[in-house]
Design a protein. Structure first.
Length: 229
């Protein structure tokens, strides 16, 4: 669950108002698109969710963590409850596909037995079982993004956040990635995708949150993209 209560974010170094009085709630198991022009505040919103930024005013609650009150020692536990998928994949270039995914389990102290059981299962889910021993530079862009998704889901987080996950992919591959997110969502994982991919937002008819100039201007069930690109 993600909830923003009248959240305002002002960057102290330059006084920029990034978000103003933003309120919404995403319930467990929802699939939500976050849309809006470049510079509208989407990245700030996702950074607040993972506590890379802190709200100036208002309250952010994520997976029962109240972020204005969160202790430093609890921040890793918050972040373990959120899987992140990025446009630029952010894979470790010298590690194999298997080891890139296993690394996400190693950093939370999972046992070797758990890793050996879980990683092959997740690679199978994303269709990469036969690529486990390859390095990222041996994969296509779509395959690299699948590794990124596998890494995000390997610890069974209740929430996955994706930042422009199809931005570097051709249309057919992008469609496969969006289908994969739908399959993950059907298993009960909450999905929040920040995107400019108008075609997918219009066709998939999920909930849409639209941000403009730091304000939430639209919260629409079965919504559309709503912008010309």
């Amino acid at each position: 669950m993600i909830e923003f209560k009248n959240v305002t974010k002002v960057y102290e170094d330059n006084g920029t108002l990034a978000l103003e009085n933003v309120s919404f709630k995403i319930n467990k198991g929802e699939f939500v698109f976050l849309v809006g022009p470049s510079g509208a505040g989407k990245s700030t919103l996702t950074e607040l969710i993972i506590h890379e930024e802190v709200a100036t005013y208002g309250e952010v609650i994520v997976n029962d963590f109240i972020l204005s009150e969160i202790k430093k020692n609890d921040i890793p536990y918050l972040r373990r409850s959120i899987g992140m998928v990025f446009q630029d994949f952010r894979l470790l270039p010298n590690k194999t596909v298997y080891d890139n995914v296993a690394f996400a389990m190693q950093v939370i102290g999972a046992s070797r037995k758990e890793i050996r059981r879980r990683v092959p299962s997740v690679l199978s889910m994303v269709g990469l079982s036969e690529k486990a021993k390859m390095k990222p530079n041996q994969l296509s862009g779509g395959e690299q993004q699948r590794v990124s998704i596998a890494r995000a889901m390997v610890n069974n987080p209740p929430v996955i956040i994706a930042d422009e996950p199809t931005g570097n992919l051709d249309p057919d591959t992008a469609a496969e990635i969006m289908q994969l997110f739908e399959e993950i969502n059907r298993s009960g994982t909450t999905i929040l995708i920040a995107t400019h991919a108008k075609e997918f937002v219009d066709n998939m008819k999920k909930r849409v949150l639209a941000v403009e100039n730091g304000s939430l201007v639209r919260d629409e069930e079965r919504g559309g993209y709503g912008y010309d690109i």
